[in-house]
Design a protein around this ligand. Structure first.
Ligand code: GDP
Ligand code: PGA
Ligand code: MN
Ligand code: MN
Length: 609
């Protein structure tokens, strides 16, 4: 067989063999091992500009930054094409798509055949979490997308240093195979002209958890294509975590310091596009409180030697929802992206080489190039930016990043929040009674769907632990794992768990609670609860704040609205019961009895109310 031109390589024999096997099958023009250097990054960025994928932004606006527009068919995660291919169907559970692994491979391997013809095959060694971790979690992504290379460089620790460590330790790693599925040679041998955003109508995002393998085909966007993120750090890692006794969660991590100097680390799980990145970057509006960012999307948690739960952020960058991000709502994000070194995808471009999106400024620019590449003016009846448009930016540019971000031991978590978008029913904040109740609240978490995944937007669905699209195994087992974590620990050392909802609406559809920086008032109440400074009132759904304990000093929202945001309405909750019942019915006898008990208790308390 003819050798394919290759730049770089490895002494890790098994990795070398896998890369060669894949190359022989996908038949790229050349193979390039990614070393992570600045020169290499410049080369990749220039290639992307030449290909028309990237437009360089003005140096005086966003230095070293690029604008990309995807194919309009490739703008979000494709949950209906995402599979967990465990050997046993039961291990994928009722919430995941499943296919027998051999059958899936028989279907996909032919799609990969020749899929990289005319393209470069990049090999990206990476680690999720710290290279200095006790048990570093390695991965290698093979991809034919230079956009993926440029994005992975921001989102994960990649390159030569990682590969060297893998070689030294003959490391086990997750094998990620990604192709946009757009070869530049047609079946009849004719050359095909490339497009700025190659992709394929056929898309598959497939996980083989037992083999630590991910095959992703047809999409170049976000969680479908940057395999370190959702595919590895959540789906595959959740399986590792189940087997090794830790947790891989869809959570932000925030460091909060009170005026008294008390430090608390708070994690928060919200479904995609429901406020994690914003909360992780919060600028508290109440005097004397300080917030610093540890993570904005993914949290790996394990017990420390002191019996507390410690969390690390396995990522290296932020992949944030652009629309709604402005100086008023999220000044920290604006300061972060202003430093440049970022990729902006599916937002609008200004004539002077900057980016803009809905919510960045109150006043709309007079003229833009919208996310379809068309001229846009404020009179246009279309959004300038896709609702799931994103900024991809290095985390170490965040001005208030916590120093602990670099600590491989992680940070001890005092509280976990669960939240979602609910127009009704779910109060601003509720505290769980204990870990079992917390697991019940988390397992029945619900939210209106968003543009972060393809499909209808605004439909209420259960999204347990905000992990519905990311659980790498059977949800019943996942709930059991949560309950088990609680049993493993001293109850006093476990985080307190809260349910929050920033998105409750009034009759006219307006938000009852102003959100963003004002959410610090809710965080303050949580800290008061952790420190034992305030009481709470019992209710059928958990512990509610005494109204006077939510600090509303200087809040520009009517008392009536705050009261409505905080209210527990038994009628609304009675209407919720059949929905929870339906959800639990999905799991049949596999559902842990403890959760069944919690539902029965809730039903009973609501009947007595
Ligand atoms: P993530 O995808 O969970 O990280 O969510 P983001 O923090 O990126 O937020 C998604 C969208 O929700 C953005 O458009 C935000 O502007 C909006 N958002 C975030 N936090 C709040 C909040 O507290 N209140 C309201 N009304 N909107 C919010
Ligand atoms: P998000 O991350 O949670 O910040 O939206 C991307 C995703 O979950 O798809
Ligand atoms: Mn996410
Ligand atoms: Mn986010």
């Amino acid at each position: 067989m003819q050798e394919i031109k290759t730049t770089g390589g490895t002494t890790h024999k098994e990795l070398d063999a896998w890369v060669k096997e894949v190359a022989a099958h996908v038949r790229p023009d050349e193979v390039v091992w990614i070393d992570g250097s600045d020169e290499e990054n410049e080369r990749i960025n220039n290639l992307l500009v030449e290909a028309g994928t990237f437009t360089k932004l003005a140096e005086d606006k966003k230095p070293n930054s690029y604008h990309a527009l995807s194919d309009p068919q490739d703008v979000a995660r494709v949950e209906d094409q995402t599979y967990i291919c465990s050997t046993e169907e039961k291990d994928a559970g009722p919430t995941n798509n499943w296919m027998d692994p051999e059958q899936m491979k028989a279907k996909l391997w032919p799609l990969f055949e020749g899929s990289m013809q005319g393209r470069t095959m990049y090999v990206i060694p990476f680690v999720m979490g710290h290279l200095e971790a006790e048990d570093p979690k390695f991965g290698v992504e093979i991809t034919d997308s230079a956009y993926v290379v440029a994005s992975m460089r921001i989102m994960a620790r990649i390159g030569r240093k990682i590969l060297s460590r893998m070689e030294e330790t003959d490391a086990v790693y997750v094998k990620g195979l990604h192709s946009v599925g757009a070869p530049l040679v047609a079946e009849d041998g004719q050359d095909v002209r490339d497009v700025p955003w190659p992709c394929n109508e056929t898309k598959y995002i497939v996980h083989f958890p037992e083999e630590l393998a991910i095959w992703s085909y047809g999409s170049g966007y976000g969680g479908n294509a940057l395999l370190g993120k959702k595919c590895y750090a959540l789906r595959i890692a959740s399986v590792m975590a189940r087997d090794e006794g830790w947790m891989a969660e869809h959570m932000l991590i925030l460091k909060l310091t009170s005026p008294e100097g008390e430090v608390h680390y708070i994690a928060g799980a919200f479904p995609s596009a429901c406020g994690k990145t914003n909360l992780a970057m919060i600028e508290p509006t109440i005097p004397g409180w300080k917030a610093e960012l540890v993570g904005d999307d993914i949290s790996w948690m394990r017990f420390g030697p002191d019996g507390r739960l410690y969390a690390v952020n396995p990522e290296f960058g932020l992949f944030g929802v652009a629309p709604g991000t402005g100086r008023d709502t999220n000044p920290v994000a604006i300061e972060t992206i202003e430093q440049g070194n970022s990729i902006f995808t599916n937002v609008a471009r200004t004539p002077d080489g900057d980016v803009w999106w809905e919510g960045m400024t109150q006043e709309k620019p007079a003229e833009l190039i919208d996310w379809h590449g068309q001229k846009w003016t404020p009179d246009s009846d279309q959004l300038s930016s896709h609702p799931n448009s994103r900024f991809c930016t290095p985390i170490n540019q965040v001005p208030n990043i916590a120093a602990e971000y670099e600590d491989p031991r992680g940070v001890p978590i005092s509280a976990i929040m669960f939240g979602g978008r609910r127009k009704t029913t779910v109060p601003l904040v509720t505290e769980s009674r204990d870990w079992q109740h917390a697991t019940f609240i988390a397992s029945t978490l619900s939210s209106e769907t968003t543009a972060a995944a393809t499909g209808a937007v605004g439909v209420v669905r259960r999204d347990p632990m905000a992990m519905l699209p990311f659980m790498g195994y059977n949800a019943s087992d996942y709930f059991a794992h949560w309950l088990q974590i609680g049993k493993q620990a001293d109850a006093a050392k476990l985080p307190k768990v809260f349910l929050v909802n920033w998105f409750r609406r009034d009759e006219d559809g307006g938000f009852l609670w102003p959100g963003f920086g004002e959410n610090s008032r809710v965080l303050k109440w949580m800290v008061d609860r952790i420190e034992g400074r305030v009481d709470a009132q019992e209710s059928p759904i958990g512990l509610l704040p005494m109204p006077q304990d939510i600090d509303t000093d200087g809040l520009d929202t009517s008392t009536e609205d705050v009261t409505k945001a905080l209210a527990f309405d038994p009628e609304e909750w009675r209407a919720e019961l059949p929905l929870i019942r339906d959800w639990f019915d999905k799991f049949g006898a596999d559902l842990p009895g403890a959760l069944e008990d919690e539902l029965a208790t809730l039903e009973q308390r609501l009947t007595e109310e």
